[in-house]
Design a protein around this ligand. Structure first.
Ligand code: AMP
Length: 551
């Protein structure tokens, strides 16, 4: 039809390849950082050609419409190419979390019945040498950089495959319906068993354009990849960058390690304009030693967990353009944004930071499909007090879970996706996440019980100058064998030699209602998921163990 073409992010690259053939699509930040601006770049014409070749390779391997192609890769050029080459033939991207254990990876590969796996040589051992590998459904494995060190037989080398094609295959010709699946993303599993979230072409297209607007990407942008590309397809930012003709800068093997100070140098070296990451990463960057000039004017977007107001204030002082978004796997990533109002700029810095730590309002692409409702699905009052569940519906909400009708029916019902996140609405219409439904801490009080938010207590703890990060959990009376909930604070101290539980007890005593004050303080490194969420499930086990031993 002349007035309707299925929306698909694959079209972004066909356009940018034509509009900006000589512009740099991908740059490589190489250590040592002091050397000149990326010596190697991939132009838009090259990215288009290579992605088209990858589509041809997959077709030659008999990958059909709707078949799954798995990726086990770090943040690299090939992952970007795969985000165009795979959907261009109507196949479905399954980007796996490379930090998962080998048996989990193999069970996910089997679960989604991937036909082809594209894997980095550096990650291949974990899978290809595992005895369980023989049981997988895979028909072909393509190893990136295999020719350089050919250790396996029966696998294909990525570059050799691409070199065998002519690139004469347009990326925008195959998608039949914009509602067909484009990707399956497994939830990170802070709670329960992973679920394969199905994203369609239309949602990915709209999310990418929405994200380009929300974080202010344009063709002059230089976007440094610190967010893992496997996580919700890098929040859609691979497609968003290509849509506007920006440059994506990747680190070798996505290795940050302890090199935050180097990274800070790289920001100015490569004139980075944008980066994204969970609050923990942003905090590490902000606290790393070194010249912070590269932060001035830099746009940093965070999400995945709530940033502490102290972090926001610190970034403000450093001249960062800070953006806070909230979303889930099931919303293709960011769905809510804390839009800053002009009048907040006149507030004292700490009050302004507190407002900006709230999750905010719907993004452009989310439109009006955002509510906070009570158990009867009535909108909660905008009183800054009444808790309700966040529910969403719209063009960037997932279709459901792959091959899991029970989980789909449970979460996607009555026309809304039920996030499981509990929030309040402030009188100005800004939403503030208080907790995940499961992680809300119920405590007994003198007058009955209260739902308390671990985030609130964690924010107070983070205000203590010796506290780097904190996570608070509640151990229920059942788990404890007592009649009251025990609040336990796990604290990462800046200097664990000097800070004591007594100091923190005193500190909380002056700032929190008594029923919100942790009774136990434990000093430790916080366990995290690959995407930076604190593993509170592990902390509960840890606390119980310690409780038995010494409390
Ligand atoms: P995932 O699906 O793995 O991306 O995890 C999504 C979950 O992370 C949400 O349901 C929230 O519980 C949490 N989350 C994401 N963004 C934020 C944020 N800005 N503030 C607080 N929690 C967040």
């Amino acid at each position: 039809m002349h007035s309707y073409i299925p929306l698909s992010p694959t079209t972004f690259l066909e356009r940018s390849g034509q509009a900006f053939p000589n512009r740099s699509a991908i740059g490589f930040a190489t250590a040592p950082w002091a050397i000149a601006y990326p010596d190697k770049i991939v132009t838009y014409a090259e990215l288009l050609h290579r992605s088209r070749c990858l589509a041809q390779v997959l077709k030659r391997l008999q990958v059909g419409y709707g078949d799954r192609v798995a990726l086990l890769t770090q943040n690299n050029q090939q992952t970007i190419e795969a985000h165009f080459g795979i959907p261009a033939i109507g196949a479905v991207i399954v980007a796996l979390n490379p930090w998962l254990a080998a048996q989990d990876l193999l069970s996910l590969l089997n679960y989604c019945e991937a036909k082809v796996l594209i894997v980095d040589a550096s990650l291949s051992e974990k899978i290809l040498l595992n005895p369980l590998f023989a049981l997988s459904h895979l028909q072909q494995v393509i190893v990136i950089d295999h020719a350089a060190n050919p250790i396996y037989s029966g696998v294909l080398d990525y570059e050799t495959c691409l070199a065998g094609e002519n690139g004469d295959f347009r990326l925008d010709q195959t998608v039949v319906s914009e509602l067909d699946p484009l990707a399956i993303n497994f939830t990170s599993g802070t709670t329960g068993r992973p679920k394969g979230v199905i994203c369609n072409h239309r949602g990915a297209y709209l999310n990418a354009l929405g994200q380009a607007l929300m974080i202010g990407l344009n063709r002059a942008s230089k976007y440094l990849w610190l967010l893992p590309m496997f996580h919700v397809n890098g929040w859609g930012h691979i497609w968003a960058n290509v849509a506007v003709g920006a440059t994506q800068v990747v680190l070798p093997d996505h290795q940050i390690g302890d090199g935050y100070a180097d990274l800070i140098q790289a920001l100015s070296q490569y004139q980075i304009t944008h980066l994204c990451g969970a609050p923990r990463l942003v905090r590490s960057l902000a606290n790393a030693p070194g010249d912070k000039r590269g932060f001035r004017g830099l746009t940093i977007t965070t999400g995945g967990a709530a940033p502490a107001p102290t972090l926001i204030q610190q970034l403000d002082e450093m001249g960062v353009n800070f953006i806070h978004q909230y979303g889930l796997n099931e919303t293709f990533g960011p769905y809510v944004v804390c839009e800053e109002q002009e009048e907040w700029q006149a507030l004292p810095p700490s009050s302004r930071a507190k407002k900006r730590a709230r999750q905010g309002v719907a993004t452009i692409h989310a439109g009006t499909g955002l509510r906070v409702v009570d158990a009867d699905r009535r909108d909660v009052p905008w009183d800054g007090r009444t808790l309700g569940e966040v529910i969403v519906a719209g063009n960037t909400v997932a279709c459901g879970y792959y091959n899991n009708p029970e989980a789909t029916e449970k979460a996607f019902r009555d026309g809304w996706f039920h996030t499981g996140d509990m929030a309040i609405m402030h009188p100005d219409g800004y939403l503030e996440i208080r907790d995940r439904l499961k992680d809300l801490i119920y405590v007994e009080t003198d007058y009955g019980w209260e739902n308390i938010s671990s985030i609130e207590i964690e924010n107070v703890l983070c205000r203590h100058e010796q506290v780097r990060e904190a996570a608070v959990i509640g151990i229920s009376p059942e788990e404890l064998g007592k009649n009251r909930t025990l609040l336990v604070a796990f604290v990462e101290a800046r200097d664990s030699q000097t800070l004591t539980g007594e100091d923190l007890r005193h500190f909380c005593g002056s700032q929190l209602a008594s029923y919100k004050q942790p009774q136990v303080f434990l000093f430790t490194d916080l366990p995290k998921t690959a995407t930076g969420k604190v593993r509170k499930d592990l902390l509960i086990g840890e606390a119980l163990k310690l409780y038995e031993l010494k409390i």
